[in-house]
Design a protein around this ligand. Structure first.
Ligand SMILES: Nc1ncnc2c1ncn2[C@@H]1O[C@H](COP(=O)(O)OP(=O)(O)O[C@H]2O[C@H](CO)[C@@H](O)[C@H](O)[C@H]2O)[C@@H](O)[C@H]1O
Length: 458
């Protein structure tokens, strides 16, 4: 089958969050399964430095009264062809933000449609989030290109219809008020990235205003995986000491190194909680700000947060860290190597999300032996189970209600459990032995493509 992935983020070339990891990991696996998979993304100013060779110019197209160029290369470390949409709007190094965000991604979507119509015609275009939402709308009028639309983050829905009318061609049949709604309504198949979140978005609490449409369409829920070659503590070059589930004692060197690197009191016995992620409301930052100081005051635990996002959260975390020197570190930056050292050096990993389509951070934490403390929502329900020290089952600490006290209690439970070292080690081992590889999800995506009429036997 010929499959074209279209996305605003693709790891390792342009990454802000988890969507980049998915679009960087799934195509190589589908390719190994024998499909002709290619990726198309904007040619951002950050990309040239990350490529060994200059991409080759292959085609010129027109979209929204603009000329754009298509360059071809391969996704680094793979043999998956990668097309880059070159236009002045993408030259700045930023990926998101800026006054022209709605315009530039609508232009990107338009360029992808032109490319698929005129240069390389796939059987299916796999679109990701609102940036590509207009592609299913336009493709609705051709019968030989199918579309799949994957929701990674329903909270960001893209430009409104009145703005689209001004800048691009919105077909007469388009009956959707923004690009996210358009993608969902007109794609041949819609999915999100975990079974639980697929059900939750059909309700007003999680549907972000699109629950009516979603409950009518019933999206598929296909759990994300992680690249187990890339996210592997046994080979990770960012760590001071590699380890595996068989050599778990070696892991401690990473904790001591992390404490030293971040200026925490060096003590291997101190319970260390890590957190890595975008500092936005979705990630449960308001719960954290209500409880963290009390937690630091009540326990002897240490806390490390790595992330960037909303200024308010960044400055609040930074201020708490300033009040607890040696106990807490706030790293307000994006740094993949450091994130791996946090996964490898922390005892537990906090993810108290308000909503979570799937979540990759908790999967990486499990693989690195950092025990997740999560709110049971979305993909966190599907990937982390209750720790029961008597029955020796479960992989993490979970709480249900989005309430500060519930999170606080859960964090205290984790802190106390850490003192029972034998049970803790078994808990770590169960997490590290969990299987979150991409293969079974890739099989489900192929089923999803094949469920589109006409693609059953391609
Ligand atoms: N400051 C920083 N420095 C280094 N690395 C950082 C970082 N901040 C975040 N990361 C990395 O970015 C990734 C975050 O992925 P997640 O899936 O957990 O969340 P995100 O909300 O971005 O993704 C959205 O899309 C994905 C993919 O579908 C869904 O799993 C998820 O639920 C949805 O919200 C992880 O690999 C993490 O290590």
């Amino acid at each position: 089958m010929k499959i074209l992935f279209a996305a605003a983020e693709v790891a390792p070339l342009a990454k802000v969050g988890g969507m980049a990891d998915v679009v960087g990991a799934l195509p190589p696996i589908l390719k190994k399964m024998g499909h002709d998979v290619r990726i198309i993304m904007p040619y951002y100013g950050v990309i040239p430095d990350k490529l060994k060779e200059n991409p080759e110019w292959i085609w010129k197209g027109y979209a929204m009264f603009q000329e754009f160029d298509i360059f071809q290369t391969v996704l680094p470390g793979t043999d998956v062809p990668l097309y880059l949409v070159g236009h002045g709007a993408f030259i700045p190094a930023r990926i998101y933000g800026g006054d022209d965000e709605d315009w530039r991604f609508t232009m990107f979507a338009n360029a992808v449609a032109e490319f698929a119509w005129n240069y390389w015609k796939p059987n299916v275009i796999h679109c990701h989030d609102w940036h590509t939402g207009m592609i299913p709308v336009w493709m609705h009028q051709v019968s030989d290109i199918g579309t799949v639309f994957t929701i990674h983050n329903l909270a960001y829905q893209g430009p409104w219809r009145w703005f689209l009318d001004k800048i691009t061609w919105t077909p007469w049949y388009m009956d959707a008020h923004n690009t996210m709604a358009g993608g969902i309504k007109y794609a041949d198949r819609v999915n999100t990235v975990s079974p639980t979140y697929a059900q939750q978005i059909c309700t007003p609490t999680y549907g972000e205003g699109l629950e009516g449409l979603l409950s009518f369409l019933k999206p598929w829920g296909i759990l994300n995986g992680i690249d187990t070659d890339l996210e592997n503590p046994a080979t990770d070059t960012a760590l001071v000491q590699n380890y595996s589930v068989e050599t778990l004692d070696d892991r401690l060197a990473n904790k001591i190194a992390l404490q030293k690197e971040l200026g925490l009191a060096v003590n291997p016995a101190t319970f260390l909680i890590g957190m890595v992620g975008r500092l936005v409301e979705q990630k449960g930052l308001d719960l954290l700000l209500q409880t963290l100081e009390r937690y630091l005051a009540y326990t002897d635990a240490q806390f490390v947060v790595l992330g960037t996002g909303e200024r308010y959260y960044e400055s609040q975390l930074w201020q708490i860290a300033a009040r607890y020197p040696g106990r807490m570190s706030a790293q307000i930056l994006f740094n993949s190597a450091l994130s791996h050292r946090v996964y490898a050096g922390s005892d537990a990993f906090l993810m108290p999300s308000r909503f979570e389509p799937c979540g990759l951070s908790q999967l990486i934490a499990l693989r690195y032996g950092s025990v997740p403390i999560v709110r049971r929502t979305g993909g966190l329900v599907d990937t982390v189970s209750f720790h029961d020290p008597i029955g020796q089952v479960g992989t993490g600490f979970c709480f249900d209600r989005y309430e500060p006290l519930d999170m606080y209690t859960c964090m205290v439970r984790a802190w106390e459990s850490y003192r029972y070292t034998d049970a803790w080690r078994l808990l770590q081992e169960r997490g590290m032995n969990s299987n979150f590889s991409w293969q079974s999800s890739a099989d489900k995506y192929v089923q999803l493509y094949r469920s589109i009429p006409g693609l059953e036997n391609v």
